[in-house]
Design a protein around this ligand. Structure first.
Ligand code: AP5
Ligand code: MG
Length: 223
């Protein structure tokens, strides 16, 4: 049966970077709520106009808005028998309850919540050095400090320009970390009770973290 997973961790912990390996191994569909919101901002849709300032300043987008995005994306996937990897959702206890409700309605369940653990002082270089492909959210992410592209400012995969997220600066990161501690971390208690949590050291190299993550998922799910 298809797996349904959440990849969880503070800003810059490597959720987007690690999503690719997990999705490839288990054939999952990656849903990053941050990527969906940034795409809406790029296209200047009503959702994008609403989210733009909130995201740039590091605040959360309201629960009902994000819940709607997630419902619209995951219901058809689960109906089609696909597994999902949620990245950046849930981010509040209310969102976690919303996810429980959808999965219950669909007769599906959450198999794993994988937490990437990393000290906050390591995150500044990751966040401030990050560069993203302007064409495809699944390319990269790159990092001028750790994983630079072959040609500065250009995506290795498709040759498009790279850009820096407006919330990737020290001031917005401080706000994002505060929200993570206050509103997002309490979700873990909910998942501890459900016995779906696994913890992975997020501070090694990308391949070290990937090996550990895949091995923990495999032990937890037996697949
Ligand atoms: P979102 O896009 O989800 O941002 P985030 O949670 O802050 O996480 P990031 O994407 O910054 O980090 P990541 O863990 O994916 O790290 P990455 O792999 O890129 O959300 C953005 C905003 O949207 C929110 O602040 C909020 O406003 C809104 N939003 C989204 N979801 C919402 C929700 N559910 N509810 C309400 N609002 C919501 O890696 C970071 C960098 O480090 C990269 O450059 C990478 O190359 C590098 N790196 C990764 N791994 C390593 C490693 N092992 N060693 C060295 N460098 C590494
Ligand atoms: Mg991300």
């Amino acid at each position: 049966m298809a797996l349904n997973c959440v990849i969880f961790g503070p800003p810059g912990s490597g959720k987007g970077t690690q999503a690719e390996g997990v999705c490839r191994k288990y054939g999952l569909e990656h849903l990053s709520t941050g990527d969906v919101l940034r795409e809406a901002i790029r296209r200047k849709t009503p959702l994008g106009l609403k989210a733009d300032e909130l995201i740039s300043e590091g605040h959360l987008v309201p629960d009902d808005v994000v819940d709607g995005i997630v419902r619209n994306r995951i219901v058809p996937l689960i109906e089609a028998g696909k597994g999902i990897l949620l990245d950046g959702f849930p981010r509040t206890v209310e969102q976690a309850h919303f996810l429980d409700d959808i999965l219950e309605e669909m007769n599906a369940r959450l198999d794993v919540v994988a937490v990437l653990e990393i000290e906050s002082q390591e995150l500044v270089k990751r966040i401030c050095g990050r560069r993203l492909c302007s064409k495809d959210t699944e390319h990269g992410p790159y990092n001028v400090n750790f994983m630079p592209p072959k040609v500065p400012g250009i995506c290795d995969d498709c040759g498009s320009d790279l850009f820096q997220r407006p919330d990737d600066n020290e001031q917005a990161l401080e706000e994002r970390m505060e929200i993570y501690r206050q509103q997002t971390l309490p979700i873990l208690e909910h998942y501890r009770e459900k016995e779906v949590l696994i913890k992975v050291a997020g501070s090694g190299t990308v391949s070290e973290v990937r090996d550990c993550l895949l091995s923990e998922i495999s032990s937890k799910t037996g697949s």
